[in-house]
Design a protein around this ligand. Structure first.
Ligand SMILES: NC(=O)c1ccc[n+]([C@@H]2O[C@H](COP(=O)([O-])OP(=O)(O)OC[C@H]3O[C@@H](n4cnc5c(N)ncnc54)[C@H](O)[C@@H]3O)[C@@H](O)[C@H]2O)c1
Length: 244
């Protein structure tokens, strides 16, 4: 009898009552986090955004009981066990420091940081505080990606020597005005999902890579919005990301 369980679904936590405090009431929180939490039956206790009106609108739309006026208020709320940080990444270090200092667990939107040094400092803060933290790399939780990993692990696909993500989409970059002045755009804010999915599928880190980027013609941005990335792993395993 063939094993048909592809283990494509995540194992949900037994306790869905821990309170979540949302930091950031932007497009991803409204379009993805809160609808997903509602579907999963998670409990949202409070929300904070620098723009109080946005926080209030989101709270009304998702029946969040408390809108906090400051980050400190959100973190101090006894009903908040986990803080969900979903703001532009340049803010993450400061927010993580505050949440970790209060001994609370957290989910941090990708990218964790915009440079390696800051990413390392962020991880050190979390480890020193002994709290649980995850970066929101949701692609590794997608059923297709999880099922593929199961097939790879079982050897059903034979020897894997190439993984490719070829993405031809019209990304609405204009939605994120703050992204335009970043030195790197696609690799940190888009292709990072494919990078993480590849690491998850291979279960190893690349040994080398080369990368070339370009911007969409006539697009007013400093960093790249199109990318070609090639990763080399041990032996003959390679991975390619092409976004356009
Ligand atoms: N995982 C994904 O697929 C995915 C998709 C889109 C965005 N994101 C990430 O989510 C984050 C937010 O993106 P978005 O699309 O919601 O952006 P957005 O511009 O729509 O919203 C950002 C919100 O954060 C608020 N904010 C900024 N600094 C803050 C601070 N210090 N404290 C509290 N609030 C603050 C802003 O007022 C704004 O409401 C980014 O890091 C982005 O990379 C991830």
């Amino acid at each position: 009898m063939p094993d048909t369980d592809l283990q494509h679904l995540p194992v949900m936590p037994g306790n869905r009552h821990r309170g979540i405090g949302i930091c950031g009431a932007g497009s991803i929180v409204n379009a993805a986090h809160l609808p997903a939490y509602r579907k999963a039956g998670f409990r949202i206790s409070a929300i904070f955004d620098l723009d109080g009106e946005k926080a209030a609108r989101t709270a009304a739309a998702f029946e969040i009981p408390r809108v906090c006026a400051t980050l400190e208020e959100l973190i101090a709320d006894r009903e908040v066990d986990i803080v969900d940080i979903a703001v532009p990444a340049a803010q993450n270090l400061r927010l993580v420091e505050a949440v970790a200092g209060a001994g609370k667990d957290m989910l941090i939107q990708k990218p964790l940081a915009e440079d390696l040094e800051t990413a390392r400092r962020t991880v050190e803060l979390i480890e020193r505080a002994g709290v649980a933290a995850a970066v929101n790399h949701q692609m590794r939780w997608e059923p297709g990606v999880r099922a593929t990993r199961t097939l790879i692990e079982r050897g059903d696909l034979g020897e894997i020597f190439n993984i490719a993500f070829l993405v031809f989409v019209d990304t609405p970059w204009h939605m994120w005005e703050w992204l335009k002045r970043k030195a790197t755009i696609d690799v940190l804010y888009h292709s990072i999902h494919y990078l993480d999915a590849i690491r998850f599928l291979c279960d190893e880190e690349p040994e080398w890579l080369f990368c070339g980027g370009a911007t969409r013609p006539h697009y007013d941005a400093e960093g790249e919005t199109r990318l070609c990335l090639h990763l080399g792993f041990s032996g003959e395993l390679r991975a390619t990301i092409l976004t356009n």
